[in-house]
Design a protein around this ligand. Structure first.
Ligand code: C6P
Length: 419
């Protein structure tokens, strides 16, 4: 009797990703930099080229056939995103360039109108610069005060400390769902419920969660949520802001120009209804359509399936890293069966500089990131100048983790011998 090995998720999808089937430095590419940007399946690449080859045209302007087709595809992408995160209305989805722009939109539009001197904004020390600098700028402009939640002993969001920071002065809580450095999954549902008791609004930076787990904005009850397309199998230059309808309605425009208007006079204008009020100028049409294709692709696999498969890989990755004595990982360890943290590992290896590790791994065809991952304050807090980071996706395999671990051990041995 022949025993056939059950196919893993990666076995089933890898053929869809042309870029993965190449050699880098004469070794098969092992791409473990998915938290920086994910690779794109052929279905998404086709959506891009189909648009340019068959119906390239501006949206919401022409009445000709191509323009109507482009508008339909662009708007249907919005429907797909709304369904993907279970928004109550398609008008709650605003296309932006990326998560960074979405956060700036909220800080500028809502923040400048609603915050005054002495009001408080709660962030955490693990925020990406994109969820820090816009609030610093806003605080400088309005006199609002920034407060920071620190980490627990296991390097996770300190919910107990959060409860001591929040007060009637808190007007906004803006926190990351999954840290791009610690890999912890923050208790956002609890954070949101607590913040709402104090009347504070909550923005969730879901850049590292939307591509890896099911998200339900109605269940979370967040006021805004942001994500970037390029981390979820879509092209660069497109992301989205989710906001509760009433709240988005109350916010003034962010950028002015074409597309976002109703009636324009020389000295004044009225604005378009949502979501167009926040989409000034010709948008990234092809990219938005391709984001819809990426959402279809992820939905066809199933976000539960992706989450479960990645958890299993995470368990294996941490098991292997734990066998290397020089390695110190950051953030919580996986709990049962790899669950309880995201599919990435930031680490240091004794005195070896993370950039040296990354360069040597690249020679073996393994792509990881090294540096501060745009979380410089967190690295300062952890007393690490920089870290190396391997981040996984559902198309990665155990065999690739083995290649990474072997190359990592060789790099540590090499640098150990020259110090
Ligand atoms: N993190 C990483 O390698 P943009 O640049 O707008 O697409 O995404 C910004 C961003 C915001 N929040 C989190 C949690 C993120 O991880 C990122 C992007 C990449 O970790 C690039 S620095």
């Amino acid at each position: 009797m022949t025993v056939t090995k059950e196919k893993t998720l990666a076995d089933l999808v890898r053929a869809d990703f042309p870029i993965l089937h190449q050699e880098v430095n004469e070794h098969p590419l092992v791409y473990l930099d998915n938290a920086a940007t994910s690779q794109k399946p052929v279905q998404v690449l086709n959506a891009l080229s189909n648009y340019y080859e068959q119906y390239n045209s501006n949206v919401h302007r022409g009445v000709h056939t191509l323009s109507a087709k482009a508008t339909d595809a662009y708007e249907s992408s919005r429907d797909k995103i709304a369904a993907f995160i279970n928004a109550d209305s398609r008008q709650e989805i605003v296309f932006t360039r990326n998560a960074t722009e979405a956060i700036n939109l909220v800080a500028y539009s809502w923040g400048t109108r609603n915050l005054n001197a002495g009001d408080e904004i709660i962030l955490s020390v693990m925020e990406h610069h994109s969820n820090l600098i816009p609030w610093q700028l806003l605080a400088q402009k309005t006199g609002a005060v920034l407060k920071f939640v620190e980490l627990t002993e296991t390097e996770e969001f300190n919910l107990e400390q959060f409860k001591t920071l929040i007060s009637d002065k808190t007007k906004l809580v803006s926190v990351v769902h999954v840290s791009n450095t610690l890999g912890c999954i923050n208790p956002v549902q609890e954070i949101i419920a607590i913040a709402h008791k104090y009347g504070a609004k909550v923005l969730i930076d879901a850049c590292q969660s939307v591509p890896h787990m099911p998200i339900d904005v109605q269940k979370l009850d967040c006021d805004w949520l942001v994500a970037s397309g390029h981390k979820m199998c879509a092209p660069t230059g497109i992301g989205f802001l989710y906001g509760k309808l009433k709240l988005l309605r109350s916010m003034p425009p962010f950028l002015g120009g074409g597309e976002m208007i109703a009636d324009v006079y020389l000295d004044k204008a009225t604005y378009a209804d949502l979501p167009h009020k926040f989409e000034a100028g010709t948008p990234a049409i092809a990219e938005a359509i391709a984001l819809g294709a990426a959402v279809d692709y992820l939905s066809n696999i199933g976000m539960d399936k992706i989450y479960t498969y990645e958890a299993e890989l995470t368990g294996y990755l941490f098991e292997q890293l734990a066998k290397i004595p020089e390695i110190r990982t950051y953030g919580p360890l996986p709990k049962v069966a790899g669950f309880g943290r995201a599919a990435l590992a930031a680490f240091t290896a004794g005195d070896v500089h993370p950039h040296d590790l990354s360069t040597m791994l690249d020679e073996a065809g393994v792509a990881i990131r090294a540096g501060h991952h745009c979380t410089q304050p967190l690295h300062r807090y952890l007393k690490a100048q920089s870290t190396a980071r391997a981040s996984l996706s559902f198309y990665n395999t155990r065999a690739e983790i083995d290649v990474f671990i072997t190359a990592l051990k060789e790099a540590i041995e090499f640098f150990g011998s020259i110090f």
